[in-house]
Design a protein around this ligand. Sequence first.
Ligand code: M6R
Length: 572
Amino acid sequence: MCGIIGYKGEENAKEKIAEGLKKLEYRGYDSAGAAILANPSIKVEKAEGSVENLSHNFNGKAGIGHTRWATHGGVNKANAHPHTDTEGKIAVAHNGIIENHSELREKLGEEKFESETDTEVIPHLLKKKLSEKKLEKALKETLSELKGSYAVTGLIESGEMIAFRKDSPLVIGVKENSFFVASDVMPFLEDTNKAIFLKDEDYAVIRDGELKIFNSGKQVNRQIEEIDWDAGQACKNGFEHFMKKEIHEQPETVKRAVFQDRSDIEEASKMIKDAKKVYLTGCGTASYAAMLGAKYLRSQGIEAYAEQSHEFEYMASHIDKDDLVIAVSQSGETADLLSALKKTDCPVLSVTNVVGSTLARNSDKTLYINAGPEIGVASTKAFTAQLTVLKLLSYAVAGEISKGRSSLLETAEKLEEVIKTNERELEKISDYLLEKDQCFFIGRNKGRELASEAALKLKELSYIHAEAFPGGEFKHGTLSLIEEGVPVFVFMLDDETNSLSNAVEAYSRGAELIGCGLTRQDVFKYFIQVPEDDNREILEIVPFQILAYETSLKKGNNPDKPRNLAKSVTVK
Ligand code: M6R
């Protein structure tokens, strides 16, 4: 979604905003903007597209910035943030949705609006309140009139920086007398690893060297936490793209995911065994990890189900307080997931990457996947780390944590080899795909989720239409789409015999088959080879991440910033 950044401190704000925006761009790249408190007035600059289109000409000790993933209003300069009140005395950057913006616009009728965004009501409303009240009171009243979700940072011409949030992430970085406000810790990690995660409906005012946080009219204390990610992890480290770096980090990140504190895994496993039923949920890539997680747990005799979070909400009323929900999310900020959890009253065990995320803070127990920052919009290392933690949990349920650890560490050792072995074949397959405008992915049992994840990667990055489904389903309809030369990828993971039969049904009608598994078959035009392993699904997905990356590059796309998408989807 959108990324917001604010800085007020002793250094020039324009550099902090410019650098911060680069680190936030993975959250949206439709347009960008910045505002600097360049005494005596606020100067605003906006541009369509990338943050690199901003020139950052203004100097000052306080500033805010925004990188946009459009929700309300088209992609153009007028709709880019920051937005201001009519006189330009207040500027705000917002992530989220103000649901009652039309109503508020009507109420603020005499004000001059310049964009189609929901956000623009915020500075106008605050300005109105400020004309009668002090800032803290004006903020409290403004918040009470806003419906929806918001994380906002803003500048007031009189010198203050403000921040407030509800149902959207917002964190304050603290470096002695300087403060950052941001959507996540990434933009300020180089300056400080000390962070305060604001709670829902908190609002903060930063005056020279001083931060005050309030909730419901009262000043509150919020703990300063130390973040153990280092800034280097958020750099490309010589790789052309974050995605490539993140793919190649997997031999290491799978190992880091294995090294869970034993007592944490035992506690989580007890929650699973004590529950009447277990429901796993997540969105996109995390939903496929959740579905595989349910299969892992079922294989240990646990009654486990999985559903994507946006659909999960509709079954939430059937979930009992003695059940358990396992929520899987890299960012821990996905709105569909957070919203679904609000509809249940059973314990929540979360499997997430981002320390201090809304999900982590609202769960009864959290297992961190320890993958380090994932910046590429396409999820890669988070997926294999999620699978690792979920698999380890299933070993724990069977009372075999040590066995699980050694088995998963062995898998991690083979990842490098899988990447190397398949390099040339993947080159050929990505060249071949350039001529294609659609393809299919099939697999059975665990291969089904791999098919879904591989298709998701390919379509989100290469924009080639890719459809995935269980191999057995082909003959029930989709086979009619097969004609000469259509690529069909087949995961030969579980039930190899029937997986192959399903692939051959397509082959006989002209499909070109690309297999993935242990042994090449004559019918395969191309073949992705993986070694025997107890956790082969973790190995098998990696070549498909590379394939999506390579195909995207060859098509001239930016794999780190696929069109229309954003990393963290904080709207429903
Ligand atoms: O942060 P989350 O894991 O909750 O994100 C869920 C999905 O939005 C995410 O996995 C998305 O599908 C990725 N772009 C897929 O590569």
